[in-house]
Design a protein around this ligand. Structure first.
Ligand SMILES: C[S@@+](CC[C@H](N)C(=O)[O-])C[C@H]1O[C@@H](n2cnc3c(N)ncnc32)[C@H](O)[C@@H]1O
Length: 277
């Protein structure tokens, strides 16, 4: 069968799970051949010699298994990152968290940042690439995440700017001064029924407790107690109201919520008044 016929035939099996079945079969073919799109356009009519492998991958994808876990790649902020099973796949809305952080950090000379829940390392790697003289400590409770994040830091040649530590929130971080804590923590309520494709991602990266905002609140408490000036977090679309209420417990100079690309509330930045109450 030619590449063109393979795309036509195998895309039928993906119609129920994606609105771009042809494109996805193309990506799987390119993944098998380790070639790029330009190559594909020049070789559509050639025979495809790896049909068995393609059939296997299409079958897997038809179960809603994420493409990124098959290709082991995801793009974030216009850059390519490695992904791995048992670590959350980067989401485009998290780019807004990075963007907001860069806006604040560009006015701080040699900023020191703590990232909680680094996952694949996308946030810390992008900050390291975009902010001059930055130093970052990035933590996660998941060993696989730490391994992957280190790989991504190396791939982007900024490993000297980030120290990765296995830690439950601030637990293994010794007393030191940070200008900012940034986090995209797990924030979904434990009882929430996940879409099928998300079921393949680690629960520890997604679920934040009975209500969903428990880890977010622990991060707010600890960041305030550590006297860190800025806190930037991603959050669930329905968490603005309860979090705004929670902010009343702290001395805050200013806070702002931001929306995602679909116009849902998606995160916040807090500037604390440093020092004791
Ligand atoms: C929503 S994922 C975010 C991953 C990555 N930063 C991103 O934006 O794609 C949350 C991450 O927090 C980590 N995590 C969950 N609970 C944690 C805790 N108590 N302390 C540190 N990290 C935690 C998870 O392992 C996961 O990697």
């Amino acid at each position: 069968m030619t590449i063109k016929d393979c795309i036509k035939n195998y895309s039928k099996q993906l119609r129920d799970i994606t609105h771009i079945p042809n494109k996805e079969v193309e990506i799987l073919i390119l993944h098998i051949l380790q070639k790029n799109v330009i190559w594909l356009h020049l070789h559509y009519n050639e025979e495809f010699k790896h049909e068995k492998e393609l059939e296997k991958l299409v079958k897997k994808r038809a179960t809603n298994y994420p493409m990124e876990y098959i290709t082991k790649k995801a793009s974030f902020y216009g850059e390519l990152f490695e992904v791995a099973t048992n670590v959350l796949i980067p989401r485009p809305e998290t780019e807004l968290l990075v963007e907001n952080a860069v806006e604040i950090l560009k006015d701080i000379k040699s900023p020191k940042v703590l990232e909680i829940g680094t996952g694949s390392g996308i946030i810390s790697v992008m900050l390291a690439k975009l902010v001059d003289n930055i130093k970052i400590i990035a933590v996660d409770i998941n060993d696989d995440a730490i391994i992957l994040a280190k790989k991504n830091a190396k791939k982007h040649e900024i490993e000297h700017k980030i120290e990765f530590i296995k830690s439950d929130l601030y637990e293994n971080i010794d007393e030191q001064i940070f200008d900012m804590t940034i986090s995209n923590p797990p924030y979904i309520a434990n009882s929430y029924k996940l879409p099928l494709n998300v079921e393949f991602e680690p629960r520890s990266a997604l679920f934040g407790g009975e209500v969903g905002d428990e880890i977010l609140k622990r991060i707010i408490d600890d960041t305030y107690n550590k006297k860190i000036r800025y806190l930037l977090c991603e959050m669930g679309y329905d968490q603005k109201k309860p979090l705004e209420e929670y902010f009343k417990n702290f001395d805050i100079q200013k806070y702002e919520f931001y929306k995602d690309y679909s116009n849902f509330d998606r995160g916040f930045s807090i500037k604390f008044i440093k020092g004791d109450k």
